[in-house]
Design a protein around this ligand. Sequence first.
Ligand code: C2E
Ligand code: CA
Ligand code: CA
Ligand code: CA
Length: 277
Amino acid sequence: AKQRGRNGYQVFSSEDDGKSVSAQPIEHALYSAFQNDRLSIHYQPQISTLDGHVTGVEALVRWEDADGGWIPPDRFIHLAESTGFIVTLGDWLMRRACEDIEALRRRRHRDFSVAVNISQRQFWHADFVDSVKRALLRTGLPPQSLMLELPESLLVTELPAVSAKLEELHACGVKLAVDDFGTTNASPAYACRYPLDMIKIDRSFLATGERGHQVTVTSMVAVARELGVEVLAEGVETPEQLEFISARGCHRVQGFLYSPAVAAPVLEVAINQIEKV
Ligand code: C2E
Ligand code: CA
Ligand code: CA
Ligand code: CA
């Protein structure tokens, strides 16, 4: 059975196979959720295993449904991309993330970076670079504390326009990361064409005991070193996975072993727990 939200628009139900429902009502539900403050950001700590400190966080969008549950981004980011709403949403997310983390930096008197996921549609929007600059100006977050996570699929296309935009962003001091590095199976050679600061190893490569993954992770760390960029492993869930990636020279991690993404008000509690303050 189809469920209907308070506003009368159709919302997701487990029976929906994605075809029985047109995108239109869900699009409205998403927009209405945005209007009604039901979209928020959860933050997942990123840790340096060398000293156990939290160096930054990744901003991950959440949609709170009528029952107080959370609809994961995988269920609506594609939709927001296809309708173009991601431009408005992305702009808001960027601004909010900068605001939250600048407030945290001020409270704790220390540096934290915030990584924001950028979708292709958002990246290509004519106003994108200016919207990043505006978010920094209005919140006071230093540019070097903002990391943009770019999909590998965007970077492997090798368009001069990609290069031009990345150079422009880099010039204002913002950091650039490749998200889910290695998942498109492209040769990593594309990475040397851009002013990158970090590559993020996808959690699919962390299944320990798989010989292929050992080789892959070792080579990714080597690529990072060759490029002179940082490397972070995401989706670290177990001490075995931590040992696996540490042994291969990766000392920045993110994953359930330390903390899931948490709401802004409890982020400091999560950080204290990780740092055992
Ligand atoms: P991603 O950028 O690769 O984000 C990492 C995902 O892995 C997050 O899922 C995070 O909660 C999850 N994760 C973190 N640690 C672990 C772990 O140890 N184990 C497991 N199993 N999972 C872990 P989430 O928040 O559901 O986000 C899914 C995807 O949605 C993201 O993948 C990203 O592609 C997209 N997304 C999320 N927030 C945004 C956003 O604000 N803007 C855009 N454009 N995309 C977003
Ligand atoms: Ca990401
Ligand atoms: Ca990722
Ligand atoms: Ca991923």
